[in-house]
Design a protein around this ligand. Structure first.
Ligand code: TXA
Ligand code: MG
Length: 324
C-alpha cells in the first residue's frame, strides 16, 4: 500500500518540500541512478545521527556525501590531480571517490576517518534536490543495515516508511546496483567496491587498477562485509550442471536468462531475457526482494559472466550467499 509520504519527484513542489525538510534537519529518501538514498544535510550532525538510528547502521560505517558537481565536491574533500580524469569522465554517475576530508564534514559522516566518500549522482531528481537544498546530502542506501538496497520508492516505503519524513519517487533506478568506490587516498587507485561503473571503463582511462575488495581483512567499507546486501531467505550460487534435486523444498531460481526447467522451481526470476548484464543489474535487487517475500526454503542463483556489470552482480550475490 502506498503511504501518503511518497510524492512524485516530477511534482514541481515536491523538490521544494523535500529541500525544506532537509534544511530543518529531517530525513528524505530520494532516487539516484544506482539505488534510493536516505538523505540528510551533510553539515548537520544531529540529522546524520538519525540516519544511523533509522537504518540500524553501526556508527563505524561512514556515509557518502552527494553533491551537484565537482566544484561543490571540493568544499567537502581535498582532491588530488589524479581525480580529474575520473570526475571528468564519470560524474555525474555511479562512481564514488574517497579523498582526504575537509573540516566542513562533521566526523559522524566519516565515522571519524580523515577521508570522505563523495559522488555526483546522475538522477535528475537527486540533482534537483541537492540544488534546491543548497548543500551536500549525506546518504547511505535507504534500507535497513545489511539488507538488499532499494531500487524503487515502494521498497523504501515498505521498510523505512514509518521512520522517515518523505520519500521522493523518481521511478525505478536505471543502474540498480550501488556506485563503484575508488580510493584516491594513496598515489595508486584502489577499488573498494565494484558497482555501477564497470572496472573495464575505469581501466580504459587509468590502466590497471588495484581491486581491493578483500573481505578477510578489517573492512574499509562495510559494503565489503562478507555478509551484506542479504535476503532473509538463504541464497546459494549454483551452476545448472551442478543441479541437485531439492526434495520437498520450495526453491526459487534467479537466472540471467530463461531456465531450461522452470517447473523444477516454486518461482523463477529472469534478470534479462536477452542476457544483457546492464539490464540484469537493474533488475537484480527487485528480483531478490520478490523471491524473498515468497517464504521459500532457498533461493538458487545462477552465476553470471564476470565482466561489465556482471562483476557487481556476482559481488552482491556472493555477499548475499555468505552466512555466519
Ligand atoms: O550508489 C551508491 O553509492 C548509493 C547511493 C544512495 O548513492 N549509496 C550507498 O551508500 O551505497 P552505502 O552507505 O550503502 O554504502 C557506502 C559505502 C559503505 O560501504 C561505506 O563503508 C563506504 O561507502 N565508505 C564511505 N566513506 C568511506 C571512507 N571514507 N572510506 C572507505 N569507505 C567508505
Ligand atoms: Mg548500503
Amino acid at each position: 500500500m502506498p503511504t501518503p509520504k511518497i510524492v512524485s519527484a516530477s511534482n514541481p513542489e515536491a523538490i521544494e518540500i523535500a529541500a525544506r525538510i532537509l534544511r530543518e534537519g529531517g530525513l528524505v529518501a530520494f532516487p539516484t541512478e544506482t539505488v534510493y538514498g536516505l538523505g540528510a544535510d551533510a553539515g548537520n550532525p544531529q540529522a546524520v545521527a538519525r540516519i544511523f538510528e533509522v537504518k540500524g547502521r553501526p556508527r563505524l560505517d561512514p556515509l557518502i556525501v552527494h553533491v551537484g558537481d565537482f566544484e561543490s565536491a571540493k568544499y567537502y574533500g581535498q582532491f588530488p590531480a589524479s581525480a580529474d580524469a575520473l570526475t571528468k569522465r564519470f560524474w555525474p554517475g555511479p562512481l564514488t571517490l574517497i579523498v582526504a576530508k575537509k573540516p566542513s564534514v562533521p566526523s559522524i559522516v566519516t565515522a571519524g576517518l580523515d577521508t570522505v566518500a563523495i559522488r555526483v549522482p546522475a538522477h535528475p531528481a537527486a540533482l534537483a534536490l541537492i540544488k534546491a537544498a543548497g548543500f551536500g546530502i549525506a546518504a547511505p542506501s535507504a534500507n535497513p543495515f545489511g539488507y538488499v538496497s532499494p531500487t524503487d520508492a515502494q521498497h523504501v516505503a515498505e521498510q523505512l516508511g514509518d521512520a522517515i519524513d518523505l520519500i521522493l519517487d523518481g521511478g525505478p533506478c536505471s543502474i540498480g546496483v550501488e556506485s563503484t568506490i575508488v580510493s584516491l587516498e594513496i598515489s595508486t587507485y584502489r577499488v573498494l567496491r565494484v558497482g555501477g561503473t564497470p572496472i573495464e571503463e575505469i581501466e580504459a582511462i587509468l590502466g590497471n587498477v588495484d581491486i581491493n575488495i578483500d573481505v578477510s581483512r578489517r573492512p574499509q567499507a562495510p559494503g565489503q562485509l562478507k555478509r551484506h546486501y542479504s535476503t532473509s531467505t538463504c541464497l546459494e550460487i549454483a551452476e545448472e550442471s551442478a543441479e541437485i534435486i531439492y526434495a520437498g523444498e520450495k526453491v526459487g531460481l534467479l537466472s540471467l536468462t530463461e531456465p531450461e526447467n522452470p517447473r523444477n522451481y516454486a518461482a523463477v526470476e529472469v534478470l534479462s531475457a536477452s542476457g544483457n548484464l546492464r539490464e540484469a543489474a537493474a533488475n537484480l535487487f527487485r528480483a531478490l526482494r520478490r523471491l524473498d517475500t515468497l517464504s521459500l526454503d532457498k533461493i538458487v542463483a545462477r552465476p553470471v559472466r564476470e565482466e561489465g556489470l556482471g562483476r557487481a552482480i556476482m559481488d552482491r550475490l556472493r555477499r548475499c550467499s555468505a552466512r555466519e
